[in-house]
Design a protein around this ligand. Structure first.
Ligand code: ZN
Length: 123
């Protein structure tokens, strides 16, 4: 059974956010850090604090990218399935992926059963 558009919407938003985080945020964060140094808009103490947290975020994001390049591919696939109206359907067995699972891993193409099977095959 296909999911309704209104049901898919929050998952699509989560996926878009995740994708932006994985591939776009590095640039955004880097330029934010740069403009913070160059602009001098806010007062110095909070300024330094902001910059520090930006750098920390940047490190995290970079790590996320190196670790989860595959995730990005899965996110793209999930977004494609949303467009095709096939989101929430397991690509392996065409079974329904429980919403609980999608809430945890919105980009998963598999139901729990198939994911477990694939994981054990990869070992
Ligand atoms: Zn399945």
């Amino acid at each position: 059974m296909k999911m309704k558009k209104t049901e898919v919407k929050p998952f699509k938003e989560a996926l878009l956010l995740l994708r932006a985080r994985l591939r776009g945020d590095v640039h955004t964060l880097a330029s934010a850090a740069l403009s913070a140094t160059a602009g001098g808009v806010s007062a110095v103490p909070s300024h330094i604090a902001d910059l520090g947290s930006d750098t920390f975020e940047l490190d995290n994001t970079l790590q996320l990218i190196t670790n989860e390049g595959e995730t990005l591919v899965q996110i793209e696939g999930a977004l494609e399935r949303i467009e095709d109206g096939e989101y929430g359907i397991c690509v392996e067995c065409s079974g329904k992926i429980p919403k609980m699972r999608l809430q945890v891993i919105p980009y998963t193409p598999y139901c729990v059963k198939c994911a477990t099977q694939i994981q054990s095959e990869n070992r």
